[in-house]
Design a protein around this ligand. Sequence first.
Ligand code: 5RP
Length: 225
Amino acid sequence: MSETDLKRECAKKALALIPDHSIVGLGGGSTIRHLIQFIKEKPERNIQVVTPSTQTRRLCLANGLTVLHTEAVDHIDLAFDGCDQVDEQLNALKSGGGIHTLEKLIATMADEYILLVDQSKYAPTLTFEKPVVLELLAEAQAYVTHQVKQLGGRPVMRQSEGKDGFTISDNGHPLMDVFFQNVRNIRQLNRELASIRGVIDTSLFVNVATKALIAGKDGIKWLNK
Ligand code: 5RP
């Protein structure tokens, strides 16, 4: 099975978990794009969407799905998202999109937050080949840089290729990529990063995901707490 087929299988399985007439959170990425196509094929199920991702929002609207404003929603039945890596404790690292603050909000508002991944994204423990992303107040940049170095991180302000200045998140804040080696205690690292004044949120998801669906050549497996 190709990677695309695995992602589609994962999305198909996810569709089967969504109750009729429910509000579902959808993050970003290619697996979520497959799920949108499946939801579109079932208009009679009346599934409404909340999303932290501008791209997902546009795609849902283009496919005729109802997208609710997050600020008007106080409860989400279940939410699905991709990630860059997930481990056996359901710790997850997200670093690509820079929308982790809203992703975590939607995850927390949902009864279940289920990660959809193919086998290549699973590791017994997170390897930190990709950075932890911090969304931060612009005024705190120098302070956060200093604090992050104290924790053994190598901070790099995110910049878009060919553009002047730092990349700004959808929420209007700069993003700092922080590279770590030899992380011994993921929970503690996340606690320490999140408690630096000026950090809005980290892209480490600790104690956030409730399950993961992992698609591999031998089928789809559940990862539970
Ligand atoms: C970015 C993310 C995305 O959700 C993730 O990369 C999407 O992955 P895929 O395209 O394989 O579904 O977490 O940080």
